[in-house]
Design a protein around this ligand. Structure first.
Ligand code: PSU
Ligand code: MN
Length: 354
């Protein structure tokens, strides 16, 4: 089982706090189109807009301009998925892992009504500040958040819809969202799935979060035309655990195979591509602790009466509390490993192209 983090986190009150933070806020100032700033997109990929609320940092813009490899990183996992102070460390470690792999990291979020592609350390610190009440932004929320001059962290869905528009082809996260266990009553299925079916982005994840109905999620990915390939495995990973009990049709032997498969897929399909990268089995949560934490998390979400975008943050926060931080340590290790693999695959894609 993984080591608990060395620094103390306030796991107790955390789930209620993140639930409140995940809620969208209504517009107090009202939306005024006239106030939107006029700026040209800096990316060569986007040419048909005159008004842009997308700001790409110089390093990322330069890399995209030169056709170099860039990896998008999301911010919902940092703001709503992990407790402070581990969250900022994880963000930093993910960026470092992408760089070590030879790619340029672009952490994406919304600050003061502008999409920032490549948040600086100071911008990220400001986004996670609880006083900012950064909202959880899926793809559909972005336009409203910008027009409302809001702040927000982007989910996988939000991040890949931005990434594909600025020409970033690879993204890393911890566990993809998917079909929730109570789907028959709630209809709750993450927009991560539909976003993956609409954006040609390769996402590296340790499967889908184990709080979900994994079998149903795999079926939806099939229906949506999103390929799922295991990295050096033919078993679908189980997020906190190296395997979920579901097998995969496709397995990738290395980064070059992943790059080649993605480029071939891109030529024939408009959907994204999921690379499933399991946590190291030595670091996984034990089945017994995992299952007890899961029951407690599902019960906590029921007791709090949360729904919609609050559900996932509350379940993850209760996992953290119940396991006294062990789930956070596993989550941290797997997302950093995914950022590293995304960096290597992105570098391999750039190689395939030359
Ligand atoms: N992976 C993690 N922790 C997280 C997430 C992913 O290890 O918190 C986030 C991602 O941003 C993902 C979101 O898109 O959870 C899914 O939320 P929902 O189930 O509400 O779609
Ligand atoms: Mn949902």
């Amino acid at each position: 089982m993984a080591q608990a983090p060395t620094r103390t986190c306030e796991y107790g009150a955390y789930d209620v706090a993140v639930a409140c933070r995940a809620c969208s806020r209504s517009s107090f100032q009202g939306i005024s189109v006239g106030e939107l700033t006029v700026k040209q997109y800096t990316s060569r990929e986007v040419t048909n807009f005159r008004n842009s609320s997308v700001e790409i940092n110089d390093e990322v813009a330069n890399a995209l301009e030169k056709g170099r490899n860039v990896v998008a990183l999301e911010t919902t996992i940092i703001v709503h998925g992990l407790p402070a102070p581990a969250n900022l460390d994880v963000a930093e470690e993910c960026e470092a892992a992408v760089r070590e792999a030879g790619s340029v990291p672009a952490t994406i979020g919304v600050l003061d009504g502008r999409v920032v592609v490549g948040l600086s350390a100071a911008q990220l610190r400001s986004l996670v500040d609880p006083d900012r009440h950064a909202a959880k932004l899926s793809a559909r929320d972005l336009g409203l958040a910008l027009a409302n001059h809001g702040d927000g962290a982007t989910t996988v869905a939000g991040t890949i819809s931005i990434a594909s528009r600025v020409g970033i082809e690879v993204m890393a996260t911890g566990g993809l969202g998917g079909v929730h266990r109570d789907v028959r009553d709630s209809f709750d299925e993450s927009a991560d799935l539909t976003a993956l079916s609409r954006n040609q982005v390769l996402v590296v994840a340790s499967g889908v979060k184990s709080i979900l109905d994994i079998g149903a999620t795999l079926e939806r990915l099939d229906t949506l035309g999103v390929p799922v390939a295991g990295f050096r495995t033919d078993r679908f990973p189980g997020f906190y655990q190296s395997e979920s009990g579901f097998s995969l049709d496709w397995s990738l032997a290395n980064e070059t195979e992943a790059a080649a498969a993605f480029l071939a897929h891109r030529e024939l399909s408009s959907t994204g591509f999921l690379v499933a990268n399991p946590i190291n089995p030595e670091s996984e949560l034990s089945v017994e602790l995992h299952d007890r934490a899961l029951s407690s998390a599902l019960e906590r979400a029921r007791a709090l009466g949360v729904s919609g975008k609050e559900v996932t943050p509350v379940l993850l926060a209760e996992f953290a509390r119940y396991t006294a931080g062990a789930s956070v340590a596993v989550n941290r290790e797997l997302v950093v490993a995914n950022a590293s693999l995304a960096g290597r695959i992105s570098a391999a894609i750039a190689q395939e192209r030359v």
